[in-house]
Design a protein around this ligand. Structure first.
Ligand code: NDP
Length: 489
């Protein structure tokens, strides 16, 4: 029945679209590339697909939805973007002071209220050779987009020094908001001289015993107002003219594999030309700038030498018609939440203009309704939320095979970013694997039982015994691969 209905619909739809296209002249004026009659063969469809959910992506989505377009946001690996790792924002107009995560939550709620569809998935590849543009998703699905807004932001840089990779997640990190509570009473360093270095140090100060900011020049690049904030924290000091050469650590075998931790750093004093070790340092926080996340369009859209996507004139248009850009992935100068939001607004207006120019109108929007993308309705959660060891034991008594436990904290942005991915994967594997989540502040006995030392942490169990602790934020694909590998054991 459904097949017959669809065929009939397609026939009527095709005749209608061809008629509309001819009427509005989109085929003749723009050539066959933006050919509306192709929409019938390309679904699921997204009129406006925004990749990235920071201030740029969410502002674009608000403008897209208010413009009357069905607008989708791919939340990616870091929903809410880098602002979710910031504390106080004092330069968002209209807010004297607001916390970064709160600002992003408000934007998300505003977008949702306007009908924006959030997709807890990442885009793996984009095919711009034909239109509608094809997006390959992390989940394995493909979708087709009539217009794309790249709002993929930038990623914190690493130093590339010895020990950095080895102790990554075991004391070396870029996220103080996530890891500061695990550095209670310890000595830590923050590397960098920009606003982020100050942010990281301020996050760490209430937890750590001593925080030293390591600046490679004889001055900081950070705004004076940010530097002034440091005076309120007596346990933060600054070392100038220092390059960190190596992260020093220790490793030993534990019941669940190698236990590693940072014990110091080797430093070069570039003013006096001497090398020395700083002992008893247990945390190394990097705040040395960012790299634009333009890899998805590398080679198909013009970027500058540093990888920032180029825009045309005073617009957010890229070198590919129908693809727009907003935020830090195109901006190496201003890089502020407010400029990202502004460019998100411009990108959405440019996208709306483009869609109008190629003949996309209300009638076509209505006709493609049955072919729009619908993220899997997950319905009821497939994850047990437990509050005690006793509850865990009850679940384990009835579970064969693999059991996965996600330990998270409400104050940990990476954990909150991973939760929707975890829920989605749990939904897919619910028939084979048991999924549990534990809020570390609600079930301390479970945390101690598994000796969890930081979050996010995934513990895998088989036959009632822990197999592995994984201390990192995982992308959907990584989590799925891990489950496949562990399920086969
Ligand atoms: P920046 O690019 O501003 O600063 C990077 C810092 O890292 C610089 O001090 C740089 O040194 C240093 N650095 C770079 N490479 C190395 C290296 N290999 N070894 C040692 N040090 C290195 O990046 P931020 O992330 O701090 O800021 C990015 C943007 O975000 C800025 O526009 C900033 O204003 C904004 N921001 C705003 C905040 C707020 O308003 N609350 C909070 C955080 C960021 P050098 O100076 O010598 O080049």
């Amino acid at each position: 029945m459904i097949v017959i209905y669809k065929k009939e619909f397609f026939l009527i739809f095709s005749i209608f679209i061809i008629g509309m296209s001819a009427l509005c002249g989109c085929i003749s004026s723009k050539g066959p590339f933006f050919d509306m009659s192709r929409l019938e063969n390309c679904h699921p469809l997204m009129p406006v697909a925004i990749i990235g959910s920071g201030p740029a992506g969410l502002t674009a989505s608000i403008y897209g939805a208010r413009g009357g377009f069905r607008t989708y946001v791919f939340e990616g690996n870091k929903p809410g973007g880098l602002l979710t790792e910031t504390t106080e924002v004092e330069n968002w107009p209209g807010e004297a002071v607001i916390l970064g995560p709160e600002l992003m939550q408000r934007m998300h709620a505003q977008a949702e209220r306007l009908g924006v569809v959030f997709v807890a998935d990442s885009v793996e590849a984009i095919d711009l050779s034909t239109w509608p543009y094809k997006l390959q998703l992390d989940s394995g699905d493909s979708v087709y987009a009539l217009s794309i807004i790249m709002a993929t932001g930038s990623t914190p840089r690493k130093l590339g020094i010895r020990g950095e990779e080895e102790y990554w997640g075991y004391g070396v990190t870029t996220c103080a908001v996530c890891d500061a509570p695990f550095r209670k009473g310890q000595k830590v360093i923050v590397i960098g001289g920009g606003d982020s270095a100050i942010e990281e140090a301020i996050q760490l100060a209430p937890h750590a015993q001593e925080v030293t900011i390591m600046v490679r020049k004889d001055h900081m690049r950070a705004a004076q107002r940010m530097q002034d904030r440091l005076s309120g924290y007596p346990n933060i000091t600054i070392k100038y003219n220092v390059d960190v050469l190596e992260v020093l650590g220790e490793q030993k075998k534990g019941p669940l594999g190698l236990i590693k931790h940072v014990v110091g750093v080797r430093v070069y004093d570039n003013k006096h030309n001497v090398e020395y070790d700083m002992p008893d340092i247990n945390g190394v926080f990097l705040a040395i700038g960012h790299t634009p996340n333009s890899q998805l369009v590398e080679g198909s859209i013009q970027c500058d030498r540093a990888g920032y996507i180029k825009t045309e004139d005073h617009s957010q248009k890229t070198s590919q018609e129908g693809v727009f850009v907003a935020g830090d992935v195109a901006d190496h100068v201003y890089r502020q939440a407010i400029t990202s939001a502004g460019s998100g607004c411009m990108a959405a207006l440019d996208a709306a203009n483009f869609l109008g120019n190629i003949g996309f109108n209300e009638q076509i929007a209505e006709n493609i309704m049955p072919f729009l993308y619908h993220p899997d309705g997950m319905g009821e959660s497939s994850v047990y939320h437990i509050y005690s060891l006793q509850e865990l034991e009850q679940i384990l008594a009835h579970s064969d095979g693999l059991v996965v436990i996600d330990f998270y904290g409400q104050a940990c942005p990476s954990c909150l970013q991973m939760l929707p991915i975890y829920e989605q994967v749990a939904h897919e594997f619910k028939d084979r694997i048991t999924f549990i989540k534990v809020d570390i502040d609600e079930a301390e006995d479970v945390v101690h039982h598994f000796n969890v030392v930081k979050v996010p942490c995934i513990v895998l169990m088989k036959d009632g015994k822990p197999l592995n602790h994984i201390y990192k934020t995982m992308r959907r694909k990584e989590l799925v691969d891990l489950l496949h590998a562990s399920d086969r054991l």
